[in-house]
Design a protein around this ligand. Structure first.
Ligand SMILES: C[S@@+](CC[C@H](N)C(=O)[O-])C[C@H]1O[C@@H](n2cnc3c(N)ncnc32)[C@H](O)[C@@H]1O
Length: 310
């Protein structure tokens, strides 16, 4: 049944090639169907054991171009699969710099002592644990069950992390009431969120007026010189570093592709302003390949909420 549906879609797309063997990357049925509605040039699908694999004619896998539910399904599944090697991969591929970038992001969040912090796309919990000494409570959310399980296991390992908890939840539908957190952080995750504007709007909703959002992310550098060098690094060195860290080749390809396809820090600042944040600023790190972009939820938005409610 599943095969029939897909084959007929493929015919209407006039794909000449049908690759019936197992490819490298799998996806759920819904994501493949969604993907077919947003076809990327040169892609064909193969169906294997009720899961669908897409491969690209030629060598480049363009997963980073997926959109909507297809992207969400792919990202969720990929992070679930790489969870065990995720921390090691981070250290190796950032050449040991990722924790210092996270510390800078946390200082930028300026969480009031004892405040409530939310970390979105928390992964294995690195941001949440760095927030812990400053916070009364820290909640990390992620939609990849294996990442959440790992973070929860780490949280149980230290007495000083008793106030840090992790939930399985989607950044696009946060299970929290309005105005509840004094700071919201998101590290290396907004690039992976299927609908960035909606994600920002959810973060704005749950942030308390006067609270700060901080987004740490790989961005497209403004300087053409740096950009060329960086993209060459992503193409040539990243796969080797990825192999050294024991990760999966597809995930390194996705990482490189998603960074190349992502926005500049200027674009992110603009999106934050459009989402309603004020005092939006960014700080470039690592030659402008990483950015800490922050904004504040306007104090007046509480008044605006209250007026709308009455
Ligand atoms: C590159 S990891 C970053 C993890 C962590 N923040 C860190 O600093 O290492 C991106 C994480 O975002 C999560 N993610 C992506 N989209 C999400 C969504 N819509 N809702 C919740 N988590 C999401 C992924 O599951 C993954 O764990």
């Amino acid at each position: 049944m599943i095969e029939l549906v897909l084959k007929s879609v493929l015919r209407t797309e006039e794909s000449e090639t049908w690759l019936g063997e197992d490819g490298q990357i799998g996806a759920t049925v819904s994501s493949a169907v969604n993907f077919l509605h947003n076809p990327v040039d040169n892609n064909v699908f193969a169906c294997h054991n009720h899961s669908i694999t897409w491969v690209t004619i030629g060598s480049l896998i363009t997963m980073a171009k997926l959109q909507g539910q297809a992207k969400a399904d792919y990202v969720q599944r990929m992070f679930d699969e790489i969870a065990p090697s995720y921390d090691r991969g981070n250290r190796v591929m950032s050449l040991g710099q990722d924790m210092s970038w996270r510390r800078i992001a946390i200082r930028t969040a300026a969480l009031p002592a004892g405040g409530a912090a939310l970390d979105i796309g928390a992964g294995t919990g690195d941001m949440a644990f760095l927030l812990a000494p400053h916070a009364g409570t820290v909640v990390g959310i992620d939609f990849a069950p294996n990442m959440v399980a790992l973070a929860q296991r780490k949280a149980r390992s230290r007495e000083s992390w008793r106030h840090v908890s992790f939930l399985l939840a989607d950044a696009l539908h946060l299970p929290f009431p309005d105005d509840g957190f004094h700071a919201v952080t998101i590290a290396f995750a907004i690039r992976n969120v299927a609908d960035i504007r909606r994600g920002l709007s959810e973060m704005q909703r749950v942030l308390a007026p006067g609270g700060r959002i901080v987004c740490l992310e790989f961005v497209k550098p403004n300087s053409r010189f740096v950009r060329n060098g960086y993209f060459t690094f992503l193409r040539l060195a990243l796969p080797t570093l990825g192999r050294l860290s024991g990760g999966r080749p597809e995930s390194h390809r996705y990482l490189a592709e998603s960074i190349k396809d992502f926005y500049t820090a200027d674009d992110l600042r603009l999106m934050m302003r459009e989402a309603g944040f004020t005092s939006v600023r960014s700080k470039g790190l690592n030659w402008g390949t990483v950015a800490v972009v922050s904004g504040v939820k306007d104090e007046r938005s509480k008044v605006a909420h209250d007026r709308n409610d009455s």
